[in-house]
Write a protein that binds this ligand. Structure first.
Ligand code: A3P
Length: 340
């Protein structure tokens, strides 16, 4: 809700054209009301999210010392959340025995979800506190932890003045494949098409939480800001200990080699997948996930795109990436020789 103290959200909301709306409603059962663009390069959220609500997110109360994880979907958000939380909380493994949803506020959950679909899910919701409104959280403990898929341009600049932001990026081919599985797994997204169709939506930036390249390029251009720590999923895969040390330094913490090794072990894919506080398996019982469409913590590999893309799809994707990356020095690791 707009109040005299609120800062005005700087972008105009533009609904997708009617052909796109029809296509979205047909191909994504979770978006019967379609999507809208919420910033200058067309970041898509549910068309049911209002101007007043996005302004509320823009004015989310921030406190010095709060820690944010900002990332497009499927870049390793959940993995990074657990790493960041444990580092910021001096490796409090006992404290980490509550779900991530209890430890982190998911800022834009409602913006990513169609209101009509949310209303259907509401009676069974347990996984996330969907009713939580940002402005209700003024009595939160210090520091607090915020996760968002909103791009930096849609987050109040005040956040970067007073909070620490860890931004995680991932190579777009693996993001796309991971997102495809995710959009089939989530009942409130429920993608009904095939991979080829999905890749088209992804590259055209016509589906929810896209375009992803602009999201990452924008953050890459801000990576030298003292309150941003820009990390790559592939670097976490390659050398998790080094990334732990880098994030620890950023958050003003220092740990022994043994402590870093222990955290890396805790975060290892095999342990993570079996950790009920982070693996979101409860989503199946609560009706958020289909029970028979795989797991949220899925493969955790770099280069899984090679198991999905045909040579033609891959070549087209490469051309698209090259076009988007023109004029930037952002480089992605598309595969790793050795994976842990
Ligand atoms: P895949 O679908 O490629 O397996 P997000 O949390 O942003 O939704 O990202 C999910 C992706 O991160 C999934 O990728 C998931 O398997 C992967 N992931 C989650 N935990 C991981 C871990 N501990 N190690 C490696 N990858 C992990």
């Amino acid at each position: 809700m707009s109040t005299p103290d609120n800062e005005v959200f700087p972008f105009k909301i533009i609904p997708s054209d009617s052909e796109t709306q029809k296509a979205i409603a047909r191909d994504f059962a979770g978006y019967p009301n379609g999507l809208a663009s919420f910033n200058h390069w067309g970041f898509k959220l549910s068309a049911t999210f209002s101007a007043g609500e996005i302004e509320d997110l823009y004015n989310y109360p921030t406190k010095p010392g709060d820690v944010w994880v900002v990332t497009p979907p499927k870049c390793g958000t959940t993995w990074t959340q657990e790493m960041v939380w444990l580092i910021a909380n001096d490796l409090d493994y006992d404290g980490a025995k509550t779900t991530l949803s209890e430890r982190w506020h998911f800022l834009d959950l409602n913006a990513l979800t169609d209101k009509d679909i949310l209303a259907q899910l509401a009676p069974v919701r347990r996984m996330e506190d969907i009713s939580q409104q940002p402005n209700n959280s003024s009595h939160r403990a210090q520091p607090s932890f915020v996760k968002t898929h909103l791009p930096l341009s849609m987050i109040n600049p005040r956040v970067l003045d007073v909070c620490k932001v860890v931004y995680v990026a991932r190579n777009p081919k693996d993001v796309c494949i991971s997102f495809f599985h995710h959009c089939r797994l989530l009942t409130h997204v429920d993608f009904l098409g095939d991979l080829q169709m999905f890749v088209k939506y992804f590259m055209e930036g016509r589906m929810v939480a896209t375009p992803v390249m602009e999201h990452m390029i924008e953050a890459w251009n801000m990576r030298h800001h003292p309150n941003i720590c820009f990390i790559f999923y592939e670097d976490m895969k390659r050398d998790l200990q080094s990334e732990i040390r880098r994030v620890a330094k950023f958050l003003g913490k220092s740990f022994s080699c043994e402590q870093v090794d222990e955290l890396a072990e805790h975060l290892h894919f095999d342990n993570f997948k079996n950790n009920s506080y982070v693996n979101r398996e409860e989503g199946k019982a609560s009706g958020f996930f289909y029970a028979d469409r795989g797991d949220f913590i899925r493969k955790g590999k770099t280069g899984d795109w090679k198991n999905h893309f045909t040579p033609e799809m891959s070549a087209k994707f490469d051309r698209w990436m090259a076009e988007k990356l023109k004029g930037t020095d952002l480089l992605f690791t598309m595969e790793l020789e050795k994976q842990h």
